[in-house]
Design a protein around this ligand. Structure first.
Ligand code: AP5
Length: 214
């Protein structure tokens, strides 16, 4: 089962992808996580990507595509994958089609107000990467990860200016993929304003029962 998660920054793609990954036993491949890890380790990819990620712009297509292709070719992805944050441009969608098939595209949709509230309250574990929200999905103890006890932090691309840039990049460069995949009959719209369980339920139905809005 090869699934792409599409949607604006902060709409909840990573949160839902983690739940689906546990349910189906297929890897959650997040280009944002891969890039942040490369930046933290100061790898050649990380050094090239840092200024783009910090300013909310897209990392050049060829860099991200190489990362994704390598991950999709690994044995862990042989039974399928949940791709979160890729493709983000039509060039990337064409590249993906050249090395993998896609069975479903889940398009998470929520108004800007909900997205801004989710982004401003997000807290991420510095060590294990678990994502919380100060109000919606709080840790048991403020600022501390339930899973590993490490400290939580706010990502460097969560300042109001960078968030506005990311939303505008999404509108201009990524949202055309909605029609791209709708025209291929692969896209299902998901109401992402519901709680996590409600969003996951819709995604499971879409993945297991086929494209409902064809
Ligand atoms: P990336 O990390 O992919 O960022 P993004 O797409 O902007 O998405 P986010 O991770 O911010 O949000 P999300 O939708 O996963 O939401 P989450 O589940 O965390 O990319 C970062 C940067 O890397 C880009 O700006 C770019 O520079 C670069 N990059 C990445 N991919 C690239 C590519 N393909 N090409 C070029 N450049 C690329 O949820 C958000 C918050 O809401 C959390 O606090 C969560 O707890 C809460 N929440 C989630 N769901 C719910 C719910 N249903 N109800 C209540 N709260 C919820």
């Amino acid at each position: 089962m090869n699934v792409v998660l599409l949607g604006a920054p902060g709409v909840g793609k990573g949160t839902v992808a983690k739940r689906l990954s546990e349910r189906y036993g297929i890897p959650h491949i997040s280009t944002g996580d891969l890039l942040r890890s490369a930046i933290d380790r100061a790898t050649p990819v990380g050094l090239k990507a840092k200024s783009f990620v910090d300013s909310g712009r897209l990392v050049p297509d060829e860099i991200v595509t190489e990362l994704v292709e390598t991950n999709l070719r690994s044995p862990s992805a042989s039974k399928g994958f949940l791709l979160d944050g890729y493709p983000r441009t039509v060039v990337q969608a064409d590249a993906l089609a050249s090395f993998s098939s896609v069975d479903r595209v889940l398009n998470l949709v929520a108004p800007k107000k909900v997205i801004l509230e989710r982004l401003s309250g997000r807290r991420t574990c510095r060590k294990c990467g678990v994502v919380y929200h100060v109000k919606n999905i709080p840790p048991r103890k403020a600022g501390v990860c339930d899973s590993c006890g490490s400290g939580l932090y706010q990502r460097s691309d969560e300042s109001p200016e960078v968030v506005m840039e990311r939303l505008s990049v999404y509108e201009n460069e990524t949202s055309p993929l909605v029609d791209f995949y709708r025209n291929e009959g692969l896209l299902v719209d998901v109401d992402a304003t519901l709680d996590v369980a409600g969003v996951v339920r819709q995604c499971v139905a879409a993945v297991e029962e086929g494209v409902s809005d064809e």
